[in-house]
Design a protein. Structure first.
Length: 137
């Protein structure tokens, strides 16, 4: 009987720890977190999470946790409550993403310029051919 109680207690505690989400003891990266991930932080609701993401998209990555004070809905008290639950990171990932985006735009601009150059060369050849035909007439 004692063995059954002991086994139930052991399996119960294992089940309890298994049910705790992985992010429960982790911090959330302000520079990469989604709205849903930000909402997992106690003290950040749906509106505040959306405001954080909007601020990040508008002003770029956060450089410090203190920049959260610039986000509507986060005051001094709220910032102090969530300070140790959020972090600044993802700068490398964000920089790589931005660099790839710029490279893509440069490549597209180059392709567009090349198309324009080809078009202009064809147009010049046609105009030259038309002038030659007029001179022959």
């Amino acid at each position: 009987m004692k063995l059954k109680i002991w086994l139930l207690a052991m399996f119960g505690s294992v089940a309890l720890f298994a049910s705790v989400p992985a992010w429960a003891n982790e911090t959330v990266d302000l520079n990469t977190a989604t709205v849903k991930e930000l909402q997992s932080v106690k003290g950040i609701g749906p509106k505040t999470a959306a405001a954080i993401v909007e601020h990040r998209n508008t002003h770029g990555n956060f450089k410090s946790v203190d920049e959260l004070r610039e986000v509507k809905g986060i005051g001094h008290k709220n910032l102090e409550k969530i300070r140790n639950k959020v972090r600044i990171g993802g700068a490398e990932k964000a920089m790589k993403k931005e660099k790839a985006k710029k490279a893509h735009h440069k490549k597209m601009k180059s392709a567009k310029d090349n198309d324009h150059d080809r078009h202009m060369k064809k147009k010049e050849k046609k105009e030259k051919r038309d002038r030659m035909n007029k001179e022959e007439d």
